[in-house]
Structures are given as C-alpha cells and as structure tokens.
Design a protein around this ligand. Structure first.
Ligand code: PGA
Length: 230
C-alpha cells in the first residue's frame, strides 16, 4: 500500500516540481512517508519546490507539541525532505481567531490553484481528515467537534482519553472534493467494514468518506485485510 502510493507521488513530483500536496496524518501513511524520505535520500526525487498543505489539527495544541499534526508532518516528511517553510501550510490549532484561521487556510489553498494530489487515510467511523459523520458534503475548512470514536482511536498517543482534545480544525469535504486527484489508503482488518461502506453503500452523510464515490480521479489503495469486506 505504502509503496504504491509513494510511487505515484514520486512520479507526479518528477513531472511537476511545483506539485501541491494535501497530506494526512495518522498511522496509515507512516510507511508512505518513510518511502518518500528514502527516495529523497537516494536522489530519486526533489521536493524543493513542492507545496504542502496539512489537512487537520487539534485545537489547543501548538505546532511544536509532539501530538500536533503540524509536528507530525514536519517530523515524518516536510523537514526530512527539504520542503521550504514558505511552501509548508499548517493549520494553527492555537489561533486566537479560529474562524479567520479556517477562512485564511481555504484562501491559501485556492491561491495555489487547489490541491493536485490529496493523500487520505480513513477513520473507523468514516471520517476523512476530521470530517466526522454528519459533515456536509459541501463543507470547507472549519472547526469540528471530535466524536468519541475518533478521540478513542487517538487516545494511545495522549496516554489517556481525557487528554485528547475535543475539537479540531479540518479541511472540509468540499475542500477535499476539489482536489484534482485523491489517494485513499487503508490497512488492517479494523478498516474493512468502513471501506466497504465507503465504496458500496449509497453516498450518505453518516459515512463522510462516501463523498469520494463521486470524485473523478480517486485511487483507493488497500491491503488485503482492509479489502476483506469488499
Ligand atoms: P489512522 O487514522 O491512520 O491512524 O488509522 C486515520 C484517520 O483517522 O483518518
């Protein structure tokens, strides 16, 4: 899964040095980032002019806090492959005016003419980025209340459920759908059921990822276990 996704992104960056990427956090893309780091180290790809947008961030966590997604993206990818600071767009979970932060982020994406390749994982409840069940298919970058399911899934990072932030900023489903190309990755048995619902049930708000059914350029990359209910 990781190798396939990395191969596509490396191919696209080699075609367009100024590619605009939207990049997920979480466990799923760890192997993907590892492969991009390796390819960079081996001189097979240059990320010098690539533009990167993060997809979500916990509210209340500074970007230097190790459980923040800003820290994650720098540590797993951006800082390791030479993404320029001026080309790295992170959501600020400690912005004083969160509404403005969201509006500005959406404007920054538009200014780059949108995202060329968006890399997504999926939550057990069907969220993509942090668009929780019930999210509007037309939603844009905004503040969202995290579900119990999402907080529970991330509790191990915080050593306790109580410490997981209750709110986040996320790009919207509308933002995601405007990306020109999307790669959805999932691995493991605990994603099998939601992957089946995402791809086979009618598009519905209870499964935010089902929005992707209507995307013109969607690539789904699964391991065997995640594909086991298809
Ligand atoms: P995971 O999270 O990759 O850690 O399973 C996926 C997600 O919540 O989008």
């Amino acid at each position: 899964m990781s190798a396939k996704a990395a191969k596509i992104v490396i191919r696209e960056v080699n075609k367009n040095q100024r590619l605009v990427l939207g990049l997920a956090s979480g466990r799923t893309p760890l192997g993907f980032y590892q492969r991009l780091r390796l390819a960079h180290k081996q001189g097979k790809v240059s990320f010098n002019n690539v533009i990167v947008f993060n997809l979500d961030e916990y509210i209340g966590l500074g970007k230097d806090y190790k459980n923040s997604y800003g820290y994650y993206l720098r540590h797993q990818f951006a800082d390791k492959v030479g993404i320029k600071d001026s080309n790295l767009y992170l959501l600020n979970g400690r912005a004083k005016d969160l509404k403005k932060e969201c509006q500005n982020y959406e404007a920054k994406i538009r200014k780059q003419n949108g995202i060329d390749w968006l890399i997504l994982g999926i939550g057990k409840n069907g969220h993509i980025a942090f668009n929780e069940p019930g999210s509007s298919f037309r939603s844009i970058t905004r503040v969202i209340n995290l579900t119990y399911s999402s907080r529970l899934a991330n509790a191990p990072y915080f050593n306790s459920l109580a410490k997981v932030p209750k709110r986040a900023i996320t790009v919207g489903l509308g933002t995601i759908m405007r990306a020109k190309n999307i790669i959805l990755m999932a691995a493991g048995k605990n994603k099998a059921e939601i992957i089946a619902q995402t791809l086979k049930s009618e598009k519905n708000r209870a499964v935010p990822a089902s929005a992707l059914q209507e995307h013109k350029n969607l690539i789904v990359i699964l391991d065997k276990l995640a594909a086991s209910c298809l």
